[in-house]
Design a protein around this ligand. Structure first.
Ligand SMILES: [Fe+2]
Length: 314
């Protein structure tokens, strides 16, 4: 680098000497200036081409790095907080008509598939009252029923693709830990830490047994797409903190036991024309919500034990 600039200085000195001698021998300044101008343009052109190549190459490398970074963040299950951040940044802006003038959930009674049709695929919050009171889950689902089932099934705790375990703010990090709690904590007795967890039920044998106690709500569209499994959520008090779901379809949730309080809020770009809403669901109700567009948090009233079956349709 240093030798290059030295050579350049020597070359410039020699050129100046040649130019001086040429002027002494009668070369017109105008011609020399023209010569200098041509040289200047040639250099400038090559410099500019060099600069363009560097900028283009750098931009391509930067875009590739960003693309690889996003793909890595989305595919890596252990980077959940980063996933949420990436998704939130990548989320398209919402059309606020989904929440404009919504001040409470739509409450429906005695719903059939036909009467539900106008509400199917709606992004407005809906409660279908007493629609799953016939589920035998309401009578049989309990902490101890699931504990017995998981303990009696070989491979039940093995991590299966899609079997997400959510501990919310609970200090339990696997189903095995959940089903190893002391009886006092299971019952949330005074002095015990409340707990609330959820998981995707995708062990085929367990799923087959558990599905005998509930069914997909019969008012949902026949031609809708449904996932291969359902999620179970149960516990006391805590519920889920305010969040959006990054799922491909609308959410439905059947309340099996206990009462669950919901707080829903519009996405930030719709806050100027939409409002936060609070409501609750009771055993036998189904709550429907576009959890991709409504921020939502849940909590269980003190002293109650909540169990829900949750899935998607779309
Ligand atoms: Fe959610």
């Amino acid at each position: 680098m240093q030798s290059n600039s030295k050579e350049k200085r020597i070359l410039q000195f020699r050129l100046r000497q040649i130019q001086k001698r040429a002027l002494e021998k009668g070369l017109q300044v105008r011609v020399l200036k023209r010569f200098n101008y041509i040289c200047f343009v040639e250099n400038k052109r090559s410099e500019s081409l060099y600069l363009t190549l560097i900028i283009t190459g750098g931009t391509i490398i930067l875009l590739l790095l960003i693309s690889f970074g996003i793909q890595y963040a989305l595919s890596c299950r252990c980077l959940l907080p980063l996933n949420y951040l990436v998704w939130e940044v990548a989320r398209p802006l919402a059309d606020c008509s989904y929440c404009a003038n919504v001040t409470k959930p739509i409450i429906l009674w005695n719903v059939t598939r036909h009467s539900f049709k106008p509400y199917a695929y709606s992004s407005k919050p809906i409660i279908v009252k007493n629609s799953v009171t016939h589920w035998s889950a309401i009578k049989y689902f309990s902490y101890y029923m699931f504990k017995r089932l998981y303990e009696a099934t070989s491979g039940s705790y093995e991590s299966l693709e899609g079997c997400q375990f959510l501990n919310f703010k609970t200090d339990l990090f696997s189903l095995k830990e959940v089903f190893s709690m002391s009886n006092a904590r299971v019952r949330n007795e005074p002095g015990e830490k409340p707990w609330y967890v959820g998981w995707g039920n995708c062990h085929s044998e367990i799923l087959q047994k558990v599905r005998k106690y509930y069914s997909i709500p019969d008012f949902l569209p026949e031609d809708a797409e449904y996932p291969a499994t359902e999620n179970i959520f149960f516990g006391y008090e805590i519920g889920a903190v305010m969040h959006l779901d990054y799922i491909p379809r609308l959410m439905w949730q059947g309340q099996v036991r206990g009462r669950k309080n919901w707080i829903i809020a519009p996405v930030p770009e719709c806050e100027h024309e939409c409002q936060r809403i609070e409501y609750y669901v009771e055993p036998g109700d189904v709550v429907l919500l576009d959890t991709r567009l409504w921020y939502h948090s849940t909590s269980i009233p003190k002293g109650q034990f909540s169990i829900t079956v949750q899935s998607e349709y779309g």
